[in-house]
Write a protein that binds this ligand. Structure first.
Ligand SMILES: Nc1ncnc2c1ncn2[C@@H]1O[C@H](COP(=O)(O)OP(=O)(O)O)[C@@H](O)[C@H]1O
Ligand SMILES: [Mg+2]
Length: 379
């Protein structure tokens, strides 16, 4: 039996409303509406059922490029082209996509942009936690209606997954491996049979063409609620790597800081490119456990010093420079932030940081200002 899924009580999403200009963080499909429209207009390659764009155009949206008419598509993801091509292609098959990687490798970011480009909607989202119930993946009930009228379509509250199945769109599951194993396994029938039974009504929702699912999972959670092999088989896994070179990482950080800064009315980040390089250098050296020149071995701190963290250190530094400095990003504006990111565990990490400061930072040409700023910040 077929079954249609209605909007939630919150009502349909309003695109381009007046309130949108004021939202703190626009959805990808709204923030990049102009790029998506330009791509759709020029895109003459075949599109899978219910896709807004062809796989080629989705990849171009993610990786950036210039269209024949000169329209510039900004890169969202900076990384190996092949990764994006495999991810996009997977979504056009009957297998779901699992984005795997250490924290801060843009798993969530890529999944949002993929959903925006493929389905024009990145908002169908299940946030995985240790407390995610089965209802978040299947459906729940509006208890007032259930008690008043018994089980009926009206009393049923569809999950984002159910909506995506009914509409033939993309749904996202964040942090899949944090979800308890038995709840995760709810996805097996959905992904293999492409159907979601509703025994209470003797009905089912059958996924229509265009439906697919993007899950993200953290490498470090491995072993917490590891995916069952039955579920893993339903996914194509794509591993998102840390940026290969310092230049690539500096590029990612400055792009993102620039975007975030503009939305917060902070000064342009290009002024601070030297500080950005420094933040990236410190993070990479501590992460890799060795200095850039390969000469000095270092201890690594307990936390992940990801690109995402570098972005937030620099953004905070810019805010400091804008509000309390001369508007130019300087060593003193990033010192405290870096230290906060490195020293997670007050005992062990402090020793690591101190040692790095004294043996590497102190001796490095042109880093005196940074060394002083770190000492002042209380190292
Ligand atoms: N390779 C990359 N290309 C573009 N942005 C990146 C890259 N790596 C990290 N980022 C940025 O890092 C931030 C955090 O990424 P996020 O998706 O939350 O990480 P994850 O979900 O993997 O923990 C995002 O703002 C994203 O733009
Ligand atoms: Mg994430």
């Amino acid at each position: 039996m077929t079954f249609s899924v209605e909007q939630t009580s919150v009502g349909p999403r309003r695109h381009g409303s007046a309130a949108e200009a004021e939202v703190l963080r626009a959805h990808a499909e709204d923030a990049f509406a102009a790029e998506l429209a330009a791509l759709a207009a020029r895109d003459d390659r075949p599109r899978p059922a219910r896709w807004r764009l062809s796989p080629w155009a989705v990849a171009t949206y993610l990786l950036g490029g210039t269209l024949a008419d000169g329209t510039v598509i900004t890169p969202k993801y900076v990384g190996p082209r092949r990764i994006v091509e495999v991810a996009v292609t997977t979504l056009a098959t009957d297998r779901a996509l699992l984005l795997l990687g250490v924290p801060g490798t843009a798993k969530t970011w890529v999944s949002e942009h993929l959903a925006a480009a493929v389905s024009g909607d990145s908002t169908l989202l299940v946030q995985g936690t240790a407390g995610t119930p089965e209802e978040a993946i299947r459906y729940g009930w509006n208890y007032a209606r259930l008690l008043a009228h018994g089980p009926s379509r009206d009393a049923l509250v569809p999950s984002p997954v159910m909506r995506a199945m009914a509409d033939g769109t993309t749904v996202r599951v964040e942090e899949l491996t944090r979800i308890p194993a038995d709840v995760q396994d709810t996805l097996i029938t959905i992904l293999s049979e492409k159907t979601l039974p509703i025994p209470e009504l003797g009905q089912e929702v059958q996924a229509v063409r265009g439906f697919n699912l993007i899950a993200t999972a953290n490498d470090r959670d491995r072993g917490v609620n590891d995916l069952s092999s039955a579920l893993r088989r339903r996914f194509n896994t794509v591993v998102l790597p840390l940026p290969e070179t310092p230049e690539a990482e500096v590029d990612i950080v400055s792009r993102r800081v620039d975007q975030i800064g503009r939305s917060l009315d902070l000064p342009a980040a290009t002024d601070g490119i030297d500080e950005i390089r420094r933040v990236v250098t410190v993070f990479r050296e501590l992460r890799d456990g060795v200095t850039t020149d390969g000469r000095t071995k270092l201890k690594s701190p307990s936390g992940t010093l990801s690109t995402a963290e570098a972005i937030s250190v620099v953004t905070n530094g810019l805010a400091l420079a804008a509000h309390f400095g001369d508007g130019v990003l300087r060593a003193g504006d990033v010192a405290a932030g870096i230290q906060g990111a490195v020293v997670r565990d007050p005992a062990a990490d402090r020793v690591v940081w101190q040692e790095y400061l004294e043996t590497v930072v102190r001796e490095r040409d042109g880093w005196t200002d940074f060394y002083r700023a770190c000492r002042e910040a209380g190292a």
